[in-house]
Ligand binder design. Structure first.
Ligand SMILES: [Mg+2]
Length: 263
């Protein structure tokens, strides 16, 4: 990782958009600070397309695309895409009703198995707003011991599901997408972006393991300073790193991008 201060203006200026993680990237311990919210508006005013890319539920996506100056939300780690449509919102997912029903039944079975085999693991408090996955709390309201988190991940995999983790949740999903493939699919279907071009013209900013696919896929990637705690779980680290953590790091990156576009 190279300090953000060394990034060239040219690299920042040629971007069409910024894809951003929520927890511990835009949000600071779950809170959207005044400064981070202001930075979103500044990025929007600079003409950058803005897409939240999060492990949080599609139900959260429905709220933020209504209220924030953003162009969409790719939620549930790539599976559920949410956009503003007229005065409301539209949520889209892959797969027909039968596929969705069968995946939900398998997730329910997995939740029952987890309650039996890793009883200390409790579900995240946002599961009711999810459409495609389940999440257990590993560091939001409670902290799950690492050996128990590993046991939970093994159980998820033994059920044929995929697992990933953010700083707060461990996820299980039967969907095909990760954050990178999910957001590229979103940029193609929503804006007609060529996938190869999108990887060079959209930057990504994140902090932890469920951002790994985006750090590997996109050319211009940023980590907020707290990404250092998760480097052991990243195949490819972000190219640029902010000096500040969480929302303050997001603000730092936003200032660099906005300044480059004004010059
Ligand atoms: Mg995060």
């Amino acid at each position: 990782m190279t300090p953000l201060a060394r990034m060239s203006r040219a690299e920042a200026a040629r971007l069409d958009g910024l894809l951003f993680d929520l927890d511990d990237t835009l949000l600071s311990h779950g809170v959207l600070t005044r400064e981070a919210y202001g930075a979103l508006w500044d990025l929007h005013a600079s003409g950058l397309r803005l897409v939240a890319v999060t492990g949080r539920p599609s139900g959260w996506g429905e709220v933020v695309v209504r209220q924030w100056p953003i162009d969409g939300a790719v939620t549930e780690n790539g599976a559920a895409h949410v956009v503003r449509e007229g005065r409301g919102v539209a949520v889209s997912m892959e797969g027909d009703a039968e596929t969705r029903h069968s995946r939900r039944a398998r997730l329910d079975a997995l939740v029952h198995a987890a309650a039996r085999e890793v009883p200390s693991a409790i579900l995240a408090d946002d599961v009711h707003a999810r459409r495609s996955d389940v999440a257990w709390d590993i560091g939001e309201r409670v902290r799950l011991e690492e050996d128990e988190a590993l046991a939970l991940a093994r159980l998820v995999i033994s059920h044929g599901a995929r697992t990933t983790r953010s700083s707060v949740h461990l996820h299980a999903s039967f969907e095909a997408d990760d954050k990178a493939s999910g957001v590229v699919r979103f940029l193609r279907t929503r804006f007609g972006e060529d996938a190869g071009r999108a990887l060079g013209r959209y930057a990504f900013i994140g902090d932890s393991a469920n951002d790994s696919a985006c750090f590997a896929a996109f050319r211009t990637t940023f980590g907020v300073a707290n990404v250092r705690a998760h480097l052991g779980r990243l195949v490819v680290p972000p190219r640029w790193v902010a000096t500040e953590e969480r929302g303050a790091g997001f603000v730092e990156v936003a200032r660099v991008l906005v300044a480059a576009r004004q010059s």
